[in-house]
Write a protein that binds this ligand. Structure first.
Ligand SMILES: C[S@@+](CC[C@H](N)C(=O)[O-])C[C@H]1O[C@@H](n2cnc3c(N)ncnc32)[C@H](O)[C@@H]1O
Length: 250
């Protein structure tokens, strides 16, 4: 083959290859890479609801929680018996407040068991730790948590007690995810919250509590739990008590 013939053959082969690549899109200018979408952080479902609970002035908060006339406080022994932690079990009181329930749980689980009193308010917990020490309670540990996570070791808890606190979770999806992670397989939640019934519940409570039993139940099921039972104890005038079990997520 002559040189000129060879050049012609090469030029026509190159042209065919270029045409082929153009048709297949291989020569299209590269589109700028789209950065992967970041998951939006969960928004507060009730901004401002914990303003009071973040206060350093804790005496009024303790007085509110331990008020005579507050059924949860007056009937605390019955409520603890209904929650029913077993001797030797590990309990977390999430949103422990002044900690009167955590102290009862510490007695019920006995020294073979353990209670974590968890709250966002470090001063309430400091007061509780001092009170527990003065009473010689050795199996109660306080844990300052964040607004989005309970700050407990994974797979460590048998029973999470959440009393008048779920409606204070500003970031319920994140908080419930951390609760799910901290529970042992088959671990349970006992949830105590307010009835919210149009025309029956006082207006201040309707405004304060963002949703009722049905909505909270669905949110907790969505977080990886099943409802085991519901109690409407006559000794609690304003509250229902729900028990859930952790299901394993796939
Ligand atoms: C109405 S008080 C109930 C306290 C206690 N459970 C009782 O029934 O006496 C609500 C408590 O939840 C706490 N809290 C609010 N948001 C929280 C969160 N995301 N995680 C843990 N505790 C929270 C508040 O600081 C407060 O102590």
């Amino acid at each position: 083959m002559s040189h000129s013939c060879c050049r012609t053959w090469f030029a026509s082969a190159l042209a065919s290859l270029t045409l082929l690549m153009a048709a297949s899109g291989a020569l299209r200018p590269q589109e700028p890479a789209v950065p992967p979408k970041q998951a939006e952080p969960e928004r507060s479902v009730k901004p401002g609801i914990n303003e009071k609970w973040k206060s350093d002035d804790i005496d009024p908060l303790v007085a509110l929680l331990e008020a005579e006339g507050r059924a949860i406080y007056e009937q605390r022994e019955q409520l603890a018996a209904l929650a029913g932690p077993r001797k030797g079990s590990v309990v977390a009181d999430v949103g422990a407040g002044s900690g009167f329930m955590a102290e009862i749980f510490a007695r019920l689980v006995a020294t073979e068991g353990k209670v974590y009193a968890v709250d966002i308010n470090a001063l309430l917990l400091k007061r509780l730790a001092q009170d527990a020490a003065a009473k010689g309670i050795t199996n109660l540990e306080v844990v300052v948590c964040g607004e989005r996570e309970v700050n407990l070791p994974p797979n460590s808890i048998d029973l999470m007690f959440i009393c008048d606190t779920y409606h204070h979770f500003e970031y319920p999806v994140s908080t419930m995810k951390s609760i799910h992670e901290a529970l042992k397989p088959g671990g349970q939640i006992v949830l105590v919250d307010f009835y919210r019934i149009e025309g029956v519940t006082p207006q201040w409570l309707m405004d304060h509590v963002r949703a009722g039993e049905e909505v909270f139940t669905q949110e907790i099921i969505d977080a990886g739990f099943e409802l085991i039972n519901a109690h409407y104890p006559p000794f609690l005038t304003q509250n229902y008590v729900l028990r859930f079990r952790k299901t394993e997520k796939d």
